[in-house]
Design a protein around this ligand. Structure first.
Ligand SMILES: Cc1cc2nc3c(=O)[nH]c(=O)nc-3n(C[C@H](O)[C@H](O)[C@H](O)COP(=O)(O)O)c2cc1C
Length: 172
């Protein structure tokens, strides 16, 4: 049975929500990483992601500058790092070094791949639209990486206030 409720209250029932880490680089070559919960696949052929990224984010400015980024699926072991990179801006901080996230060079884009993530997708910017109060950044996947450990659980937001936990696909 359904009962009418506030939009905000109904939205509290959305969890688990996926979380991705988005790595970028600015024009000077400084790497950055942020957490993004508003993330979805936007196209299958070619594969594209759409990310809701606040204009105040250093990541947003980096994407405007380089038109490139990496969408990384964090593993459950990366909860502490995800909360950290999702709570401070990278303008005057080196969040990759401070968080201890391990990186490797991407194949095509100027943004790092996260070594311990479940999977990484190198993306080139397709467009930015703003239907509401948050810019939607659409990127086309140009290269993909997966972790050699197939048992790794992906990190999800499982409750409000950024409560994070691991979730693994059901075997088929
Ligand atoms: C679990 C989680 C999910 C988040 N989701 C988003 C999101 O979808 N969009 C966004 O703009 N910020 C989101 N944030 C906040 C950003 O990660 C945060 O503002 C970050 O400090 C921006 O970093 P930057 O300025 O270095 O790019 C999220 C934070 C956490 C912890």
């Amino acid at each position: 049975m359904q009962k009418p409720t506030d939009i905000e209250k109904a939205l509290q029932r959305k969890y688990p929500e996926q979380v991705v880490l988005v790595t970028t680089q600015n024009k000077q070559g400084k790497n950055n990483v942020m957490a993004v919960g508003w993330a979805a696949i936007a196209s299958s052929e070619p594969v594209m992601f759409v990310l809701g990224i606040d204009e105040q984010a250093c990541t947003y400015q980096n994407i405007l500058e380089t038109k490139q980024f990496v969408v990384s699926f964090p593993s459950e072991k990366m909860a502490k790092e995800t909360l950290f990179v999702g709570s401070v801006h990278g303008y005057s901080r080196d969040k990759i070094q401070e968080s201890g996230l391990r990186i490797q060079k991407a194949a095509f884009v100027n943004a790092p791949v996260l070594v311990d993530a479940v999977a990484n997708f190198e993306c080139e910017l397709v467009e930015i639209t703003k239907p509401g109060d948050c810019p939607l950044v659409v990127g086309k996947v140009v290269y993909a990486w997966e972790n050699t450990d197939e048992e790794l659980k992906r990190l999800y937001t499982v409750g409000k206030n950024h409560k994070l936990a691991g979730v693994r696909p059901i075997e088929t």
